[in-house]
Design a protein around this ligand. Structure first.
Ligand code: ASC
Length: 150
């Protein structure tokens, strides 16, 4: 029973932590939210990727933890792309809001590839990580090319 209760709390926490959409006090908060989420993701993905590529000394534990954080955080930015958040201090192309289905599809593809990368990192093998790395980077780049202004 105790186990079930803690499982229920864990699931509830996850649902609260990863809203599909979210209310923000003002549009600028949503912009900051998604930018900060991307930054945390990039820092962790960059560290894990750098280790897989031998650019940073490989530490299996740190690599796996970093990839796991990147995977979790990859779910977060999207809540910050709600209606009315196309203005302000952002490089997000307004096309995003006109092409939401295509944007969401690209976002989902990135998350799926990040999940594979995190699973590879869990094996402790830099080679496994390297094999999954290109696909993640490809989804980052494809979306930046389509929707990130210089
Ligand atoms: C990264 C990062 C990106 C992508 C992209 C891949 O580590 O910060 O934006 O990979 O450079 O092409």
């Amino acid at each position: 029973m105790k186990k079930l209760a803690s499982l229920a709390i864990a699931v509830a926490t996850l649902v609260v932590a990863v809203p599909a959409s979210a209310q923000f006090a003002k549009p600028d908060d949503a912009v900051k939210y998604r930018k900060n989420a991307f930054f945390v993701m990039q820092q962790n993905f960059g560290r894990a990727a750098g280790m897989a590529q031998g650019k940073i000394p490989f530490d299996a534990k740190v690599a796996a933890e970093s990839a796991a954080v990147a995977e979790f955080v990859s779910k977060l930015p999207w809540a910050g792309f709600g209606d009315g958040t196309d203005k302000g201090d952002t490089k997000a192309d307004p096309k995003i809001w006109a092409e939401k289905a295509k944007f969401n599809e690209m976002a989902e593809k990135m998350q799926a590839e990040m999940t594979k990368f995190a699973a590879a990192a869990k094996t402790g093998s830099a080679d496994n990580m390297k094999a999954a790395l290109g696909a993640v980077g490809g989804t980052c780049k494809a979306c930046h090319d389509a929707y990130k202004k210089d």
